[in-house]
Design a protein around this ligand. Structure first.
Ligand code: HEM
Length: 513
């Protein structure tokens, strides 16, 4: 194409040559941004909505309300510009189940396939979440027993959760002692330390001790804040082709360097601990890290596959839990009665951590948090391997990217009733059995998808529910909290969904009793 343009230019006189420049720019923009003719006839979300983060700080809930809710609720799917191309975003449950059930047609294709040159692909590589076919089967066979253990050792989670509450109380006391009564603290820094520590002791046989040290003292943990700040920058997220030219952008050179540093440090930390000769894990060698290391030694995994899967365990097993806890601090911080109800249930039951699974209000609270604040709120990471008819209705050509919006499904009044936007744990039923049954039924039907559904559903779901139960029990047992006066809810503009900059004021319950 460029040779053709050059040929035309040579045959033109100078004024026409000058005119050709804007024409070429317009043509190239059109070429890059136009909607392919063969996409189905669905409402199109205006292009500027995808790049709105360049000039506005709107949260993803506000963006959804303003531009996506109406077309999605009336049509079940829309065309949207996502990560450099027009894709199909779906919220109609029947169509979602069709997509989730048929992974051989709607195949996982993460950034390692879509944009392999990009910063995000450098971070995540080819792993158990984004791989397809034989690679996915291989990773699953190796890792699943470590991700879905029948009995996770709950004591390290209890220890870390107690430590988190200690740190929050210490920080609140410092702020209050400074004469700032009524001022709150940002829990997120400590919640990240907790989430990384819990992930380390539960999956990687590594106690990173981030909670034991001052903020930013453990690089593998503090680097996460840098990575999260880089990943969803609207310009590079929406135009990943820019990552082909890191020499043009210093910030991208830095981004590539940080992603590599994270991988190097993680592999070294694991190596120093478990790959040393004669290391015998005290709790047995049934963690996912031991399985990955064995597969690497046996030659079932290449060095890169080993590294990519270590990284994804680190990332996914801490960040989603971290952000769910942030949403929990916000939501329950506005509902003192719900906190008290949890406190009464936990005290009355006077239970050990294992018995927490039997508590109905605790269970319903976590399910309801995942409904209104699904950390993975939207993902477009599947590609049609052949021409498809989604739900027998929407003709989708081969090679189209398709995905889902969990938040949209969960706040649709046609699915969840007129109070869909309200936090109401009671909707889950009155007994734990009833709640589990509803959870399973809605997952299978595609009406409750915080963990996705069917063959590619989350393998950490059981663990994270346990982790949340333990933390909530420790937290409400020792403190009550409220959102600081004047804080206005602002959700992340894209990526993982959670409140931004929420401050909470904590008070120890035994002091206030
Ligand atoms: C609140 C916490 C969590 C949420 C909301 C969550 C959500 C999800 C979602 C939505 C998916 C599907 C992704 C996709 O379709 O591409 C997924 C997959 C997965 N998650 Fe989680 N996750 C959480 C915690 C965890 C934890 C703690 C682990 C443990 C390492 C984990 C491991 C995985 C794995 C291995 C997959 C891939 C499953 C497959 O494709 O076979 N997750 N998760």
């Amino acid at each position: 194409m460029f040779a053709y343009i050059e040929q035309i230019t040579q045959t033109m006189n100078p004024p026409n040559q000058i005119l050709l420049i804007p024409c070429t720019v317009i043509f190239l923009l059109w070429y890059y941004l136009h909607v392919p003719w063969n996409l189905p006839n669905l409402p199109r979300i205006p292009f500027y909505v995808s790049i709105i983060g360049l000039w506005s700080s709107m949260g993803q809930d506000e963006i959804y309300e303003r531009w996506l809710r109406k077309p999605l609720e009336s049509h079940g799917a829309v065309l949207i510009w996502f990560a450099g191309r027009w894709s199909i975003l779906v919220t109609k449950p029947e169509w979602l189940t069709d997509m989730f059930r048929n992974e051989d047609l709607y195949a996982k294709a993460g950034s390692q396939k879509k944009i392999p040159w990009s910063v995000i692909a450098t971070l995540v590589g080819d792993n158990i979440i984004n791989a397809h076919g034989e690679n996915w089967k291989l990773y699953t066979a190796i890792m699943k027993p470590g991700l879905q253990k029948k009995h996770f050792d709950v004591q390290p989670v209890v220890r870390k959760s107690r430590r988190l509450v200690d740190k929050l109380v210490e920080e609140q006391n410092l702020v209050s002692a400074d004469g700032c009564d009524g001022k709150g603290i940002v829990a997120n820094h400590y919640v990240q330390q907790w989430a990384v520590d819990v992930m380390g002791v539960s999956f990687l046989d590594l106690d990173l001790q981030a909670l034991e040290k001052p903020l930013n003292a453990v690089r593998l943990e503090s680097i996460q804040s840098v990575i999260k700040g880089i990943l969803f920058r609207p310009l590079f997220f929406n135009f990943p082709d820019l990552d082909r030219f890191p020499w043009l952008f210093n910030s991208r050179k830095f981004a590539f360097r940080i992603m590599n540093e994270f991988g190097d440090r993680l592999v070294d930390a694991v190596h120093d601990k478990i790959n040393t000769q004669n290391y015998k894990p005290p709790g047995g060698d049934d963690m996912v890290v031991h399985m990955l290391a064995r597969a690497r030694r046996d030659g079932r995994l290449t060095e890169k596959q080993y590294r990519d899967n270590l990284k994804i365990v680190f990332l996914t097993a801490h960040e989603n839990a971290q952000q769910l806890v942030n949403s929990m601090f916000w939501q329950l911080g506005t509902l003192p009665d719900a906190q008290q109800k949890l406190r009464d249930e936990i005290r009355f039951a006077n239970c050990n951590p294992e018995a927490l699974t039997d508590l109905p209000y605790l269970t319903a609270t976590i399910y309801e948090l995942l409904r209104l604040y699904p950390p993975v709120s939207q993902l477009i990471n599947r590609i049609t391997l052949r021409d498809a008819q989604l739900g027998g209705k929407v003709a989708i050509p081969k090679g189209t990217f398709v995905g889902w919006n969990a938040y949209g499904v969960h706040v649709n009044p046609a699915i969840w009733g007129p109070d869909a936007m309200e936090f109401r744990p009671e909707r889950w039923g009155s007994t734990v059995n009833e709640m589990h049954a509803r959870f399973r039924r809605d997952t299978v039907r595609g009406t409750y998808i915080p963990f996705n559904a069917h063959s590619r559903k989350c393998l950490g779901q059981g663990f994270v529910l346990l982790q949340m139960r333990v933390l909530l029990a420790e937290l409400v047992g020792r403190v009550k909290w409220r959102v600081e006066d004047g804080y206005q809810l602002k959700m992340t503009p894209g990526g993982i969904m959670a409140p931004l900059g929420c401050k909470v004021v904590l008070e120890e319950v035994n002091k206030s009793a």
